[in-house]
Design a protein around this ligand. Structure first.
Ligand SMILES: *Cc1c(COP(=O)(O)O)cnc(C)c1O
Length: 467
């Protein structure tokens, strides 16, 4: 018989050591209690203390408490408070308390979402949430959902399904024969397509140089009249929520035409698809139901913990076949095996937090959440417009505000100052060749006071730049 090692003995004890887990929890709760007040960005000291992690891999086993302690002492202070109420960088959601708490519980379970037999719970929740999402977004019955890491992956999956179907319709099985000598697939998209869409195009082998670009208007929307003649060999990629301006393509007009011409329509709706869940904003997503596939994030607008994205596809067989080597079959059976709808086999159980978020909010809560993000963005725009030296460049249709100062140089320096002041955090971008400050309102926690405080911080930053 082999012996129990001292390491194994130690870990068997740690498994029963509630103090260890309570320590982690109390560190976490301490952080949470200050999350709405602490600096949005780590202090210079916290950043410089990251060098405490510069060490060799320990030669021997250490102590679980001291691992936690180091993480808390030097990791916590160096976090960016994206879960707070004044982080407006990129398009980054906060976390709903109920969803975070559900994640907290589920980390003890460490479920794998690959197959029903590995986790009946995940299989059940994925089945339920798929139905909820199809209803919430008003998508066709039978639309399938795959739960992936984010919209990068969701875009990839949508385009893979499109590629499968277009080639299959021409008698070419991509999963068997690959792309060499395959019939050509056309890709049509707007000049403001998100970089992850371009990445997906290149990853699935269609080639960025083959893109037929369509010009966009001053809000970043595809100009409908400029869309070329489409056909049944074309993937048309549209956008719900321009990552800078928040604008939406004219789905209704574009989709009707594209559908008649037989094209596959994919919508990148990473944060914008949720407009459909808001009574006052759903005019923006009118017509999305005509598309074939949709990419959307839960970790942005819905405020689930990271990472959580969803690919939704009307053509379930195409999605499953594209992502699964064994080709054209659908898993019919009692239970759902999640791995058929995603590139990965093993995945973390992100469905738990997504289920918890939707179960908690309900339809009315999701509507309120999405609508509020818009109202706060509109408030930001209205308040910043009254401040001397600032201009707003976009129509505030959703949650994005593009702010400009009198010159690119002043804009750049103001961004740096805003970031230094640490009252709020916003990043820079370019909009039709001009430097802008991009404000993305994505946190459920952002109050009207947070907006005013942040606008004042912008004003202070500009005055420091000018002094
Ligand atoms: C964020 C974003 C993506 C990429 O999503 P990830 O979740 O970061 O992978 C794609 N498209 C748009 C419009 C986005 O805003």
């Amino acid at each position: 018989m082999t012996e129990v090692s001292s390491l194994q003995k130690k870990m068997l004890e740690e498994m029963k050591d509630h103090d260890l887990f309570q320590k982690a929890e109390s560190f976490g709760l301490e952080y949470l209690s200050k999350a709405l007040e602490r600096n949005v960005y780590p202090s210079d000291k916290a950043l410089s203390d990251l060098k405490k992690f510069d060490e060799e891999l320990p030669s021997s086993t250490g102590d679980a408490y001291s691992v936690l302690q180091q993480l808390n002492d030097f990791g916590g202070p160096a976090t960016v408070t994206t879960i707070g109420s004044r982080y407006f960088g990129f398009v980054t959601g906060s976390v709903l308390p109920a969803s975070l708490a559900a994640k907290n519980l589920s980390i003890f379970w460490d479920q794998v979402s690959a197959m029903q037999v590995i986790s009946p719970l995940c299989s059940k929740l994925e089945t339920i949430v798929e139905q909820w999402l199809v209803q919430l977004f008003g998508l066709p019955k039978g639309t399938a959902a795959g739960f992936v890491s984010g919209s990068s992956m969701a875009n990839f999956c949508g385009l893979a399904a499109a590629r499968y179907r277009i080639l299959k319709n021409q008698g070419w099985d991509i999963t068997e024969k690959g792309l060499f000598d395959a019939p050509k697939i056309r890709v049509v998209t707007g000049r403001h397509a998100h970089s992850t869409v371009l990445k997906a195009i290149s990853l699935i082998g269609l080639g960025k140089a083959n893109i037929e670009w369509v010009d966009v208007d001053d809000q970043g929307r595809i100009i409908v009249d400029q869309i070329p003649e489409l056909d049944n060999r074309t993937i048309l990629i549209l956008q719900a929520g321009n990552v800078s301006s928040g604008s939406f393509d004219d789905f209704k007009n574009i989709c009707e035409k594209a559908k008649n011409q037989g094209a596959w329509i994919h919508i990148d709706g990473a944060f914008g698809l949720w407009a459909q869940a808001s009574e006052s904003l759903k005019h923006l997503t009118k017509g999305i139901e005509y598309a074939n596939s949709w990419a959307v994030d839960a970790h942005k607008t819905l405020n689930t913990p990271y990472d959580s994205g969803i690919i939704m596809c009307r053509d379930k067989e195409a999605l499953v076949s594209a992502l699964h080597m064994t080709g054209g079959y659908i898993v019919i059976g009692e239970g759902r095996d999640g791995m058929y709808y995603t590139p990965e086999m093993s995945r973390r159980a992100r469905i738990i937090e997504l289920w918890a978020a939707m179960k908690y909010l309900g339809k009315a809560g999701i509507d309120q959440l999405v609508t509020d993000l818009h109202l706060r963005a509109a408030q930001f725009a209205n308040e910043i417009k009254t401040k001397k030296g600032f201009k707003v460049l976009n129509d505030i249709v959703f949650n994005q505000v593009l702010v400009q100062c009198d010159s690119d140089e002043i804009t750049d320096r103001t961004i740096s100052k805003i970031q230094e002041l640490r009252t709020c955090w916003a990043g820079g971008s370019t909009w039709f060749g001009k430097k802008v400050i991009r404000v993305s309102v994505c946190s459920w926690a952002t109050t009207p006071e947070d907006i005013t405080k942040s606008v004042n911080s912008f004003e202070e930053a500009l005055s420091l730049v000018q002094s």
